[in-house]
Design a protein. Sequence first.
Length: 288
Amino acid sequence: MVKLSVCTLATFIVGANAFAPMTGKYSSSTKLSMSADEAAASRRSFFTKAAGSAAVVALGLVEAPEGAQAIGISESVQNHSHSFFVTTQRYGVPAIATVPSGFSPLAEIWGKGKNRDPLLVSFQYPIDWVVTLPSQDVNGEDGTIQAGQYAQGDTATFYVYPEAGNVNIAEAPKELFRKALIKSISQKGDNVYQDFKVTKLVPQKVNGQDFMICDFKYVLLTGAGFEVDRVGVASVTSVGDNVEVLWTASTRQRFKKTETQLRTIADSFRCYSGGLEMSKIEYTYIDN
């Protein structure tokens, strides 16, 4: 028999502003802190049951992630909107200056399982998109944090690129972003894309943390034998021991309609490491 015991985590809703800085190994803009009282309070209030509709897969353009939990639209928005007010007051997190009309803030821990180092991932997403979260079991964590309108082929997906280690994003060469983005879009295999190009790089600095906004395009090779032109915008940063990517994309035909949404998502991306050890899920075997 397997007993699941949870060493809680704090879910923070953040957007344009970062957490209160803390000195230490990592950048002050990416380090989190939690007092014992706050941790105890979060243990009492964190877990909320989530049940929602599965994403629709259309013509093989975008596949809903396997081994992950999909959260329905209305419940997702309610949960995260409520969490925003609770966590900003409890932890002194700076409030979001503005949430664009039609968007909802999302903040989730990536890396609750024993096989990953935890990161706090935050971004804003359209309220009619479906959120998908990683799944957990005794072997660890699988899947990623993703939001999308899958029937239309519009997605925003978080990816951790470990090969480069921690890098100075502001001074990194274009090749780093090309490699990180190719890895991000090709998690189902190297034969799912062709003609990948990074078309534009724009550096950003938010609360001392460096990001690179990357415009890119590629041709998706679907399982049904179609070739689909895709256009995307990604935000790339580096915290902890890796490079982190939030990439968004639509079909070329839809990009004129979705470009503003995709850029809003990419611009709102924040990622934090350190101080998240209590987010880990531990499994204990108990003999009958």
